[in-house]
Design a protein around this ligand. Structure first.
Ligand code: GLA
Length: 735
């Protein structure tokens, strides 16, 4: 709910458990007054640091610089005295870098608004309200609107910023972030997500220190290395208790998320498009929208934050027809065959997979041009009939006859130097004229910001999809951007390139899901380098990592699930020794870890050892039984192997609290320890639950009946199995 008190000039943005308050001071500056647990009073203007005493007499505004350097601006601007990290920097045509925002007007409306060309949360008039808070700089003739979308049933507020040039001279945006939040430091920790290829989104938690710390990408995509997420939380906050502020960016390109602790022990968090290599030429009459940043507040620790992010994305960002329905259990041939396959091989895999209840065959990289390794043919999206004998339609029809769906891999944004496309259009690859472009995975990136390249790229994918009954696409992106040059952008607009690239990716995927509305689209980028909420707007699931090892996946999936719903995490069972790290784990454990994602197989089922093969129908049955709970329930972290170095445990709890599925993985076994008790919070304290081990020897694991209170406070006994990497599933259902 959004309310405005015209006597005190304060706005309150209330969600069920949080209040966000804004104050317009006597000079028109828009200040941040409060964000945190829901509070009662209407007049919260006194909470803004509007008049402080110090070096100069700020109360009479004799020295604007000193004032702006402590005043918590809702949208901190650069160049006039706020020396902290700014959110908006604008240059005029003469090169002066200064902008000062003063309140002009506001509008409160019901229902979320779309953002032109960008992914955006949606919600009806009952579900959210919107505050457009407009300020102007009269010298620049610039108008800036901060757009807040406030959710009625979720502790989430989404922000974006619109900048409009109302004048007659060109302006240049040097920095246009989406979010800034000034709060007092009460001894915060900061959490960010870090990684590498095959090691994405590991959680890093540390105290907030003086100065700046944060994460960014300048790779043209979100990246394996750092992630557009940041949480500020009480030093003592844990999974289920304590204050947490989570921020996340609905965007798939260069970003920054920074925290700065200043001379007054205040903390400023900012998030938005990375200003490095960014500028945007704003001609008279034109406007620019920043992507949306999400703020989530939780009084109930990290699990409370995760629940809100998950609900927000499941209900208000993912649009796919699959958002609520079970995903087909797939088998992908990448780790099974790599480039070495043909129609017969794929049909063999499909035939065997169909016998075990697997529902879709996905043909991965290598079916087009003359690609038999990663050194050619990207851009030549023509079926290689030497491999796909009889053509694609024949293959798809044969797979369909087995009762299975068919899916296909593309890497549409790329071009191999060894391709007919490159030979015909060498200038279509992104490059700096006169400089040989750097290769990565032996490929270059198409300049899809050019209309003719975008259209070619779209048609390449669409014509294949039109040619056969293809029900799933894996859209990959296997290299990051470098050597930014453009044949169409003049020098003063080259800084627009990265953002224009992301907008072109969004346009392409929007066209795809518009022409093929039933398509199940899975995004991917060398594993999980483009696992971000921007892509959820187009695809309900994203390949989480090229590392399919069950133990490596624990930290990857823990960090991913901290922000994103389990229904979005691509997770497959593969063979051992694992292709990414060589580890050998039980097939059962591989299955349980993948069951917490979209679930599938990525192996040559025709060569699987008999005892492992025999377990597939049982895993398929577990998926069928528990997938609704996993996709739609509340994910709760119970224990983290990254913290305790011994075991991992998490649960999916039904929204009505009638059931829960707990997954426990004993990573390292130690000798002579006693039974461990796992406490499951979040069930109905007074209800009785039956606790079973659905996949274990029922004579050894006998059911128990326990109340929700006992489960939360005393817990369930966990037997230790012999050896490392063992796992158990525990099912809890109300009696
Ligand atoms: C990326 C993907 C893999 C696979 C290969 C194919 O690495 O993450 O799953 O599709 O590309 O080249």
């Amino acid at each position: 709910m959004i309310s405005f008190n015209s006597k005190t000039n304060t706005f309150r943005l209330d969600t069920p458990g949080s209040t966000y308050a804004i104050f317009i001071n006597e000079r028109g500056y828009i200040g941040h007054a409060y964000y945190g647990s829901k509070i009662g009073d209407d007049d919260v203007s006194y909470l803004t640091r509007n008049k402080e005493y110090g070096f100069s007499d700020n109360a009479i505004f004799r020295e604007k610089g000193s004032f702006l350097d402590f005043f918590p601006q809702e949208l901190p601007t650069d160049g006039l005295g706020d020396y902290r990290e700014s959110a908006l920097a604008v240059c005029d045509a003469e090169g002066h870098n200064a902008i000062e925002l003063k309140y002009k007007s506001h509008k409160i409306s019901a229902g979320a608004q779309p953002l032109p060309g960008l992914p955006a949360v949606f919600g009806s008039a009952d579900e959210c309200s919107v505050l457009d808070l407009t300020a102007t700089d009269d010298i620049l003739d610039a108008e800036v609107t901060i757009i807040y979308t406030v959710f009625e049933k979720l502790d989430a507020i989404v922000r974006s910023v619109k900048i409009k040039n109302n004048g007659s001279k060109t302006l240049f945006l040097k920095k246009a972030l989406s979010l800034a939040l000034d709060i007092d430091d009460d001894g915060f920790d900061v959490i960010t997500l870090h990684g590498s290829w095959a090691r994405e989104r590991h959680i890093d938690r540390r105290p907030v220190h003086m100065g700046k710390q944060g994460v960014c990408s300048n790779r043209g995509e979100t990246s394996h290395q750092e992630h557009p997420f940041l949480a500020l939380l009480d030093h003592k906050a844990d999974w289920d208790s304590g204050r947490v502020y989570g921020i996340n960016f609905i965007y798939s390109g260069n970003f920054i998320a920074d925290v700065q602790k200043n001379q007054f022990n205040n903390v400023r968090a900012v998030m938005g498009i990375n200003p490095e290599n960014f500028s945007w030429k704003l001609e008279p009459g034109c406007d620019f929208y920043t992507p949306q940043a999400v703020l989530v507040y939780s009084d109930n620790g990290l699990n409370g934050m995760s629940h809100t992010f998950h609900d927000l994305y499941r209900e208000h960002l993912i649009r796919s027809p699959y958002k609520k329905s079970p995903r087909p259990i797939l088998i992908n041939n990448w780790e099974a065959t790599y480039f070495n396959f043909d129609t017969d091989k794929l049909i063999d895999i499909a035939r065997e997979a169909s016998k075990d209840g697997i529902e879709m065959l996905v043909m991965d990289d290598g079916w087009f041009g003359h690609r038999s390794f990663d050194d050619s043919s990207l851009g030549d999206w023509i079926v290689n009939e030497n491999k796909i004998k009889g053509g694609l339609k024949h293959l798809v029809d044969e797979v369909n006859k087995l009762g299975m769906k068919f899916g296909i891999w593309f890497e549409p944004e790329m071009i191999s130097p060894d391709s007919d496309l490159y030979r015909a259009h060498p200038d279509w690859a992104i490059q700096i004229p006169g400089r040989e472009p750097g290769m990565s995975r032996q490929q270059l990136v198409l300049d899809i910001t050019r209309k003719e390249v975008e259209d070619y790229t779209y048609e390449s994918v669409a014509k294949i999809l039109r040619s056969a009954n293809i029900e799933y696409v894996k859209w990959d992106m296997n290299r990051q951007l470098t050597d930014i040059g453009s044949v169409q952008l003049p020098a003063d607009q080259l800084g627009e390139f990265y953002h224009r690239y992301v907008l072109a990716v969004y346009r392409l995927q929007e066209r795809l899901i518009t022409e093929f509305p039933k398509l199940l689209l899975e995004n991917c980028s060398g594993g999980g380098a483009r696992f971000d909420p921007g892509m959820f707007f187009y695809s309900p699931q994203i390949w989480c990592s090229d590392d399919t090892d069950a133990i490596e996946r624990l930290a990857i999936q823990e960090g991913t699930a901290l922000v994103y719903p389990l229904s979005t995490m691509g997770a497959h069972v593969s063979v051992c020794p694992n292709h990414a790290c060589g580890r050998v784990t039980p097939f059962k454990t591989r299955g349980y870890v993948a069951l917490s994602g979209t679930f599938g197989y990525e192996l040559d089922i025709t060569k699987l050892p008999a005892e492992e093969r025999a377990m597939i129908p049982g895993q398929v049955a577990l998926y069928k039984k528990f997938s609704d709970l996993v996709r739609n329930g509340d994910y709760s972290r119970i224990a983290s192997y990254s913290e305790n170095n011994e075991y991992d445990c998490w649960a999916s709890i039904a929204k009505d609290k009638s059931k829960a599925l707990v997954t426990f993985v004993q990573v390292l076994n130690h000798p002579n320890y006693k039974t461990r008790f796992i406490k499951i919070a979040g069930l109905k304290p007074e209800a009785k639950y039956r606790v079973t081990w659905p996949d274990e020897d029922q004579t050894k694991f006998q059911p128990m009946e326990l109340s929700g209170l006992t489960l939360a406070k005393a817990g369930i006994p966990l037997r230790r199995d012999w050896g490392d990497f063992q796992a158990q599933l525990i099912y809890i259902e109300e009696c």
